[in-house]
Write a new protein. Structure first.
Length: 133
């Protein structure tokens, strides 16, 4: 019997369906993330997508409150943002929440950290999550 091959680096985290969280994030928000022009822009979009994922894991009655809180927090960190820009941000977040619910309604994990990094000429993401009880 051959010895098991040791994995290099981090172990991949897979959902009950056998999918990595990073794969699911790319599927539900990849287009949104790729709209960022720079690596920092894409990181900011990944962070927003992670927030939308977490909102989608909340009970339906809590989602609107979470979105309102997100928008208020955004406004406090970016005081020069216009009402039109905030409306666009809210719309993007609502679309991301709907996408998560449509694609992965039964996955109940909170994203606690997500990072985008270049590797071999492509963007890759690493996602840390925790299961909700």
């Amino acid at each position: 019997m051959k010895p098991k091959k040791q994995r290099q680096g981090r172990r991949s985290v897979r959902s009950r369906a056998g999918r990595k969280m990073s794969e699911m994030v790319w599927e539900f928000a990849g287009e949104f993330i790729r709209m960022g022009k720079t690596l920092q822009d894409r990181q900011n979009r990944l962070t927003a997508a992670s927030s939308a994922w977490n909102m989608a894991c909340s009970p339906p009655e809590a989602r609107q409150r979470a979105l309102d809180k997100y928008i208020e927090s955004y406004r406090s960190y970016c005081p020069r943002v216009t009402e039109e820009e905030l409306s666009d941000i809210r719309s993007d977040m609502e679309k991301l929440v709907a996408s998560k619910l449509s694609l992965f309604p039964d996955v109940q994990k909170q994203i606690v950290h997500a990072e985008i990094f270049p590797e071999a000429g492509k963007d890759r993401i690493a996602v840390a999550s925790m299961r909700l009880e």
